[in-house]
Design a protein around this ligand. Structure first.
Ligand code: NAD
Ligand code: DAU
Length: 348
């Protein structure tokens, strides 16, 4: 039985990846390692917690001794590494915790994998899940390809870029079998409401202002999270060793247009008069170092592995909105307590 360690599996994307692997591969033993920070939530994976091929482990990837012992005990065949501090705004106020988790945490996993696979790395794989933000910002034209130079602008993207470099270096120097994917903005169910789409859905429900940074003309390429999980499954099993794959939605939106679409869909769902939610739009101070535009060229994964997104943005947004509207308890649980403090510090 293959033993696979998934890190960050109680978070947004990780929970979808854990669900996919646990349900699709009953012959794999899936270990989900997560520190359960503010972003980690066992409710995200409550539906599979009793599966016979699933084990949850609470632990911090920054603790090197703990990670080494865990790898010695279980002798994992593969690692899919998603655990990270993931929110750009938080990286601006607290960059060091991003270095600890995203850089040191990744190093600890790399060292532990290198040690247990030193005599035999055949059929082993270290999969590092990364972001398109490492490439920096595009102007009005062009797309990020796998050979675009790294040019990170935020402490978050600098920490992810650093971890990508270490993964690659361990491949070159120690022969560690790895793959890296750099993905664009995800959206979907179980998304913590600090990020644009779930934050704005929650604020529209509660008739709160929608804080659009700067002029709202910033552009992101949006991908439904379940399509990302499909891509991760494919790359884990069929991606070429020591390769990077870009993953994107072929779906660019300026923030302000996306927010207006969200307002329109929410008015329909909530039975509000058309135009009601748009009145909540409030332009606020810009994010420092705000990247103008991200857009992914996902032709490599499309050509080599046959992957492409399966849902349109409208379909994905509708599924997402419906989920938030019928999961009020989840939303209330994650927005109580510390969330209020974060919200006040960030937006007031
Ligand atoms: P998230 O913030 O929702 O979840 C992160 C998870 O990691 C949480 O469950 C948290 O408890 C856990 N974690 C944090 N620090 C930890 C530590 N020190 N030890 C163990 N666990 C820890 O993040 P996400 O949005 O699901 O992103 C997952 C990964 O995908 C990240 O590596 C991120 O950089 C990458 N990524 C995210 C996006 C996106 O749009 N969200 C896009 C591309 C890539
Ligand atoms: O591109 C991939 C990245 O996408 C991931 O690596 C990150 O983990 C993920 O958080 C996301 O980063 P962004 O900074 O692009 O996502 P966020 O949802 O924070 O912001 C999306 C855009 O919306 C961005 O231009 C900033 C803007 N924004 C965001 C918030 C939270 C606002 O205008 N107002 C807001 O309140």
């Amino acid at each position: 039985m293959k033993k696979i360690l998934i890190t960050g599996g109680a978070g947004f994307i990780g929970s979808h990846v854990v669900r996919k692997f646990v349900t699709k591969y009953p012959n794999y033993q899936i270990f989900n390692l997560d520190a359960l920070t503010y972003a980690g939530n066992l409710e995200n994976i409550a539906d599979i917690e009793n599966a016979p091929n699933y084990t949850f482990i609470k632990g911090d990837i920054v603790d090197g001794d703990f990670i080494n012992n865990l790898f010695q005990e279980h002798q994992f065949d593969g690692v899919i590494h998603l655990a990270a501090e993931s929110h750009v705004d938080r990286s601006i106020t607290d960059p060091l915790s991003f270095v600890k988790t995203n850089v040191i945490g990744t190093m600890n996993l790399l060292n532990a994998a290198k040690t247990i696979w030193k005599d035999n790395s055949e059929n082993k794989r270290f999969y590092h899940v990364s972001t398109d933000e490492v490439y920096g910002s595009l102007g009005a034209e062009g797309l990020f390809t796998e050979t675009t130079s790294y040019d990170p602008n935020s402490p978050y993207s600098a920490s992810k870029a650093s971890s990508d470099h270490f993964v690659r270096a361990y491949g070159e120097t120690y022969g560690l079998p790895y793959v890296i994917t750099n993905c664009s903005n995800n959206y979907g169910t179980y998304h913590f409401p600090e990020k644009l789409i779930p934050l704005f859905i929650n604020n529209i429900i509660n008739n709160k202002p929608l804080p659009v940074y700067g002029d709202g003309k910033y552009t992101r390429d949006w991908l439904f999270v379940e399509d990302h999980a499909v891509a991760i499954d494919l790359v884990y099993h069929e991606g070429k060793n020591h390769h990077t794959y870009n993953i994107g939605g072929f779906n660019e939106w300026q923030n302000i247009d996306l927010v207006k679409l969200l307002c329109k869909l929410m008015d329909e769902k909530l039975g509000r008069t058309s135009g009601t939610s748009e009145q909540l739009i409030t332009y606020v101070k810009d994010r420092p170092g705000h990247d103008l535009r991200y857009a992914i060229d996902a032709s490599k994964i499309n050509k080599e592995l046959g992957w492409k997104p399966s849902v349109t943005f409208e379909q994905g947004l509708e599924k997402t909105i419906d989920w938030y509207l019928s999961n009020e308890k989840w939303l209330n649980n994650v927005t109580s307590g510390d969330y209020q403090k974060y919200y006040n510090e960030q937006y007031n």
